[in-house]
Design a protein around this ligand. Structure first.
Ligand SMILES: Nc1nc2c([nH]c(=O)n2[C@@H]2O[C@H](COP(=O)(O)OP(=O)(O)OP(=O)(O)O)[C@@H](O)[C@H]2O)c(=O)[nH]1
Length: 132
């Protein structure tokens, strides 16, 4: 089973809402809402991968020092095993924008269940709720 390393973040605004991004048509798990992030490339740390992905996907600048480890997903998909650290981040520069055409939404913590998410993400929600 191939191990795929992905780094993801819960961006939390000053009202305690969490930014979710909708996976676009044509991608695996299209239409589901996920935490921004992406695959860790060779030579990258989870933090540097996330800083790169957030600039590419959302157009924001994040200082690696503002990424706090929160929890992780370890999930067996049919064709790979996903290992995904989830960081929390409350400080960034710029306004998140869906630069790759993806829809974005600031989710209230009490409404997280109403966003269909990848199966790997559901076990992450209690840890997220615990810090909000
Ligand atoms: N960024 C992100 N990826 C997630 C989450 N949950 C989850 O299962 N994943 C999976 O982690 C992988 C992230 O890949 P990616 O975002 O860098 O690349 P991609 O869309 O091109 O993936 P693809 O090759 O599956 O189409 C995908 O397989 C995605 O389904 C999440 O909350 N955030």
């Amino acid at each position: 089973m191939k191990l795929v390393l992905v780094s993801a973040v819960a961006l939390i605004d000053d009202r305690g809402r969490i930014l979710l991004a909708q996976r676009p048509e044509g991608k695996s798990l299209a239409g589901l809402w996920e935490f921004p992030g992406g695959k860790i490339e060779p030579g990258e740390s989870p933090e540097t991968a996330l800083v790169r992905e957030l600039a590419e996907e959302l157009g924001i600048v994040v200082d690696p020092a503002d990424l706090t480890p929160l929890t992780f997903a370890s999930h067996a998909y049919d064709s790979f095993h996903l290992m995904m650290p989830l960081f929390a981040c409350r400080r960034w520069t710029g306004t998140p924008t869906g630069r790759e055409g993806q829809a974005l939404d600031w989710a209230e913590v009490g409404a997280l269940e109403s966003y269909p998410m990848p199966p790997a993400d559901l076990p992450l929600l209690p840890s997220l709720r615990a810090i909000l």
